[in-house]
Design a protein around this ligand. Structure first.
Ligand SMILES: [Zn+2]
Length: 295
C-alpha cells in the first residue's frame, strides 16, 4: 500500500533537485563602490491585458484602463521628480494601446523591458518565438531601444536567442542570481521580487479572479511600513529590493503620495542606488559572470 504523502514528497524532492541544478548563487556579491544597496522600482504595465486574459468582467477592464490613461503618467512623473530610473515591463500589445506613455517613459530614461506579447507564453515553441519577436520589435520601435530584460515565463533558449540578458521573475533568492534552463545550456541572470513587495497583493480587490473572502484593500501606511522594514533589513545586509508595481494599482493618487514619501525616506540613507534593472544586470554580469560553462 502506498501512502499518498510519499508521492507528494517525491514530487517536492524532484522539484528541489531541479532547482539545485538550475540555480547559481553569486558568491561574495557586492555593489559598485560607494553603493550600499540597490532599489529597483519596477512597474508591470499590464493595463487591460491581464484582466482580459483572465476573462474578467467590464468593470475590471476599466480598472486596467485607468493604468494606461492615468496611472502610468503619474508613475513617470513621480520617478522623474525623484530622479529614480525605473523599469517598465511592458507587453508588446501595450505599444499599440498606449504608445505615447511608452515613448514618454523611454524619453525620461526609464527602461522599457519585455512583459510578453499578450501577457502569456504559448506552449508551442515556434509560436512562443514568434510572440517574443513581436514583443521585442514593438518595444524597440516604440521606445527606440532594444529591450534586454523581461518579466516572463519565456524559456531561456528563446530569450537568449533574442539577446535578453536578464529575467525579473520568481523569488528563489533575495539577491540577483543565475538560473539555467532544464538542460543547463542557457543561463540568465534573475532579479528576484517577492509578492510581499508587490502592490497588487495589498491594494487589489478581485486580483486574479479571487473570491470575496480574498479581497484586500490595505491602507497605505501599513504597506509603506512593511516596505520600509524590508528596505532597512536589506540595507543592513548590502542587499537588494525590487518593488513591483502596476500602474492601475499604484497609480491612484493616495498611493503615489505614499510612494513619494517612501522614496524620500530611502534617500536619507547614504549609498542607496536607484538604477534600472538593466543597470543592475550589467553590473552583475560584468563583476560576477556566471560560473559554469554554458556551451
Ligand atoms: Zn503582468
Amino acid at each position: 500500500m502506498t501512502d499518498q504523502n510519499d508521492d507528494v514528497l517525491a514530487d517536492i524532492a524532484a522539484a528541489v533537485a531541479g532547482t539545485d541544478r538550475r540555480y547559481e548563487r553569486i558568491a561574495n556579491f557586492a555593489w559598485p563602490k560607494g553603493v550600499q544597496m540597490a532599489v529597483n522600482f519596477t512597474a508591470d504595465f499590464d493595463a487591460m491585458l491581464l484582466r482580459r486574459l483572465l476573462n474578467e468582467p467590464p468593470m475590471q477592464l476599466a480598472k486596467g484602463e485607468f493604468g494606461g490613461r492615468v496611472g502610468i503618467w503619474r508613475l513617470i512623473e513621480l520617478f522623474d521628480s525623484q530622479q529614480v530610473k525605473a523599469t517598465i515591463f511592458t507587453p508588446g500589445r501595450i505599444c499599440e494601446l498606449y504608445p505615447r506613455a511608452v515613448r514618454a517613459a523611454a524619453a525620461s530614461g526609464h527602461e522599457i523591458a519585455d512583459h510578453m506579447w499578450e501577457h502569456r507564453v504559448p506552449d508551442d515553441p515556434a509560436l512562443e518565438a514568434d510572440h517574443l519577436r513581436r514583443a521585442t520589435a514593438a518595444l524597440e520601435r516604440t521606445s527606440g531601444r532594444r529591450p534586454v530584460g523581461t518579466r516572463s515565463w519565456h524559456r531561456h533558449e528563446a530569450l537568449v536567442r533574442e539577446g535578453y540578458i536578464y529575467n525579473s521573475h520568481g523569488s528563489a533568492d533575495h539577491l540577483p542570481h543565475y538560473e539555467y534552463d532544464k538542460d543547463g545550456k542557457n543561463c540568465l541572470l534573475n532579479l528576484p521580487f517577492h509578492y510581499a513587495i508587490d502592490d497588487a497583493m495589498f491594494y487589489s480587490f478581485a486580483w486574479l479572479g479571487s473570491g470575496n473572502a480574498a479581497q484586500r484593500i490595505t491602507d497605505t501606511d501599513r504597506v509603506m511600513d512593511l516596505w520600509w522594514q524590508a528596505f532597512q533589513q536589506q540595507y543592513a545586509q548590502g542587499g537588494y529590493l525590487n518593488i513591483c508595481m502596476h500602474p492601475f494599482v499604484s497609480g491612484r493618487a493616495l498611493r503615489i503620495a505614499a510612494l513619494e514619501k517612501l522614496i524620500q525616506r530611502m534617500k536619507t540613507f547614504p549609498g542607496v542606488w536607484f538604477p534600472t534593472c538593466a543597470d543592475v544586470a550589467r553590473h552583475c554580469l560584468q563583476a560576477f559572470p556566471a560560473g559554469r560553462a554554458t556551451a
